[in-house]
Design a protein. Structure first.
Length: 307
């Protein structure tokens, strides 16, 4: 009888799922909408219904289910509130196990899970200790040390987006604090910086809609103002990652998320400021771009239950 593993990446809009062989090969992937009605009460049952459909279609036995959740998760699988879904505090692991009858269930923070996926099959291949940085609408982070996810005592390990990097900031971050890394290096943060003191001589002045991509494209094309914004982006992120390295000492940083599509320019500017601030022993830490894209979460989720 064939044996399968299922990886689940729960997002605010869609739930991405993947069916894997017992050798870790992705056999099929699919999505369903994230139903946040009634304080998210339908999310897990609808995920389980979708998994059961695949189980009936393929036959065989599901050996494990891994789930990534966008919020703090303890090692025991307890979510410590997830405001985007309306979830309070409850044990996601036990809920999924109860609904499916599958005993081997693991749950983790989505950024940590994506980091595990990149270390297994993506930009972090060949390393045992990495820090993944996810630059999207926000700034997330995942820490893998000696092959294991560092969740922290409250499930909030790796939340590098809320490292304070600017003492003089007046606007608040989504977390309620001011001057968080996320306010400068996320897609929304880059746009915020670009719009704040936009110069008339910049190519951005004629843009119908400024995005992180237009800022990076402008910098690549030699626009002085865009280059200033990207320089600032690199200074904040490179300095923050040097601070992370002084605590974690990873073998490599892997940078992913939608902003990472800008490519080599990100690695160049971030490494410049990283090396300016990192002690000698940490100078040769490697930097890579993520490779799995939106599939990192399902790969990492499966890796949790296969290891």
């Amino acid at each position: 009888m064939a044996a399968y593993y299922v990886g689940v990446d729960v997002g605010g809009t869609t739930v991405k799922m993947g069916l894997f062989s017992d050798k870790g090969e992705l056999l099929e992937k699919w999505e369903i909408l994230t139903n946040i009605e009634d304080n998210g009460d339908h999310i897990l049952p609808e995920i389980v219904d979708s998994i059961e459909e695949k189980r009936a279609e393929h036959g065989g036995n599901i050996k494990g289910i891994g789930v990534g959740i966008p919020g703090p998760i303890t090692d025991e699988g307890v979510v410590l509130k997830c405001a985007n879904f309306g979830w309070g505090v409850f044990n996601v692991k036990n809920a999924v196990a109860g609904l499916t009858g599958v005993g081997n269930v693991r749950v983790g923070n989505d950024a940590n899970v994506a980091a595990l996926g990149e270390m297994w099959k993506g930009g972090g291949r060949g390393y045992d200790s990495i820090v993944m940085v996810t630059l999207g609408t926000g700034c997330g982070g995942g820490v893998i040390y000696n092959g294991k996810v560092m969740t922290g005592s409250k499930g909030a390990g790796g939340e590098i987006g809320h490292i304070k990097v600017e003492r003089d900031e007046t606007e608040r971050c989504g977390c309620g604090n001011k001057g968080c890394l996320e306010q400068y290096v996320s897609a929304t943060g880059i746009v915020r910086m670009a719009k704040k003191d936009l110069r008339k001589d910049s190519c951005l002045a004629g843009c119908d809609e400024i995005s992180a991509k237009t800022v990076f494209d402008g910098a690549k094309a030699g626009d002085g103002y865009c280059q200033e914004i990207i320089e600032r982006f690199g200074r904040y992120l490179g300095t923050a990652l040097s601070n992370v390295a002084h605590v974690i000492d990873p073998e490599a940083f892997v940078i992913g998320g939608g902003v990472s599509a800008a490519g080599q320019i990100i690695l160049d500017i971030v490494q410049k400021y990283y090396k300016e601030n990192a002690m000698y022993a940490l100078q040769e830490t490697k930097f890579h771009l993520a490779e799995l894209g939106n599939d990192a979460g399902i790969y990492g989720a499966v890796r949790m239950v296969m290891s």
